[in-house]
Write a protein that binds this ligand. Structure first.
Ligand SMILES: Nc1ncnc2c1ncn2[C@@H]1O[C@H](COP(=O)(O)OP(=O)(O)O)[C@@H](O)[C@H]1O
Ligand SMILES: [Mg+2]
Length: 395
């Protein structure tokens, strides 16, 4: 599974479409699907696409996930409950309607669909044209957050509710979630099970970041790289798109070319050891199979687009002297914007607005955290043998 993300307009759809076409041309059964609500996949192929996989050409199928269409089926029960609840709380009906559509929910369905395709055995390659970075990160952090919620909060909340529901019903008019609400949430969760395993499996999935030689675009890509790594996702390449062509020698473009060269150097140095695939600005828009085929040639040259172009290991444990060191790759992370904490069997890591609770492996669980530091792009957390248990009775 190949996922492409980047800032809006950098060329995600073009690169994803071109990649998929190249895969199909090499004889692989390929599905390209977009999770971006600004569906431009059909524009790129210049053909009609919708919520079901549709043939584009020999070996290639395309789909534009329409999550809202599926929202009602799976979420209807929960949504009805939320609507009642907001209504009860005095929120007017229009607002309650809006509030009951939880942000990020559509992406949950996109994930479930992607997983379904990956498991179906129908495809050799699934190419995902993702939404712009912020939404993609939200999308990719969902399984983790949802799993955490379902595992801890849900059973407790449920037990409590089962106990108080009759009383609540009796005493107040507050709408109480019925079993069908929990069942709907459970179905949703079950559908997502394994999504994270699939997406973080470096042999099965990889993410490619598309950038342009522009300061803001690069800054966003760096943040994306940090957050993806925080959540255990692997990036295997950067695609630098829209570079000014070598052929342009017009002095008017001189300073643009210099700026691009400088930005390209920043990209290559900053993202090393990731390979940087390069694509020049074409003479016109990349629409239609022929143009996309040429574009794929420019981006990949002789490279196999389905190959893992870089193998990293975002999380690993190393023995060092007496300590075990958990190393988490957080490229570009700013140490001032980083928190590390410990709670029972988990290590809590926050970078900027994103948090992850990392389940500690058994080897670390009984140890104590004795230090945390950033060493170039790695967060290193040292664990020492726990001091002896306090002797009973000596309080
Ligand atoms: N290297 C390129 N040369 C010329 N046009 C490009 C190039 N890359 C992208 N485009 C064009 O720029 C527009 C936006 O690209 P698109 O792939 O839709 O970006 P995104 O999916 O990131 O929003 C499209 O019209 C596309 O054809
Ligand atoms: Mg797009």
């Amino acid at each position: 599974m190949l996922l492409f993300t980047g800032k809006g307009g950098v060329g995600k759809t073009s690169v994803a479409a071109a990649t998929a076409l190249r895969c199909a041309d090499s004889g692989l059964r390929t599905l390209v699907l977009s999770t971006d609500s600004a569906h431009s996949l059909s524009d790129a192929f210049d053909t009609h696409l919708d919520g079901r996989p549709r043939p584009v050409c020999e070996g290639l199928w395309g789909q534009q996930l329409d999550a809202t269409e599926r929202l009602e089926d799976a979420w209807g029960d929960i949504q009805d409950y939320l609507r009642d609840l907001f209504g009860w709380a005095g929120v007017d009906s229009l607002e309650a309607e809006e509030l009951s559509v939880l942000p990020g929910l559509e992406e949950v369905f996109a994930l479930a669909d992607i997983k379904g395709h990956a498991d179906s055995g129908d495809w050799d390659v699934v190419v995902v044209d993702c939404a712009p970075t912020a939404e993609t990160i939200r999308l990719l952090s969902l399984p983790e957050i949802l799993a955490w919620y379902m595992d801890r909060v849900f059973p407790v909340e449920r037990r409590v509710l089962q106990a108080v529901r009759p009383i609540l019903r009796h005493l107040t008019s507050i709408p109480v979630a019925g079993d069908h609400v929990f069942a709907a949430a459970r179905r949703l969760y079950d559908g997502l099970e394994g999504v994270r395993d699939l997406l973080t499996d470096g042999e099965r999935s990889t993410i490619r970041l598309v950038v342009n030689p522009e300061k803001i675009v690069i800054a966003e890509a760096r943040r994306t790289a940090t957050y993806l790594s925080l959540f255990g996702y692997r990036v295997d390449a950067v695609v630098a798109n829209r570079l000014l062509p070598e052929a342009i020698t017009d002095p008017w473009f001189k300073s643009w070319k210099e700026a691009h060269a400088e930005h390209l150097a920043t990209i290559e140095e900053g993202f090393a050891p990731l390979p940087v695939l390069k694509a020049e600005l074409a003479t016109d828009e990349l629409v239609g199979l022929d143009r996309l085929r040429d574009f794929a040639g420019v981006v990949y040259g002789d490279l196999d687009p389905t190959g893992i172009l870089h193998r990293g290991e975002p999380l690993r444990v190393e023995a060092r002297d007496d300590a075990l060191v958990l190393r988490l790759e957080l490229p570009f992370a700013d140490r001032d914007d980083l928190d590390v904490g410990r709670r029972d069997g988990e290590l809590l890591v926050r970078v900027g607005p994103h948090r992850r609770a990392i389940m500690l492996p058994d080897s670390l669980r009984r140890r104590q955290v004795v230090g945390a530091t950033m060493v170039s792009s790695w967060l290193e957390v040292s664990f020492a043998e726990a001091t002896a248990e306090p002797v009973g009775g000596m309080v």
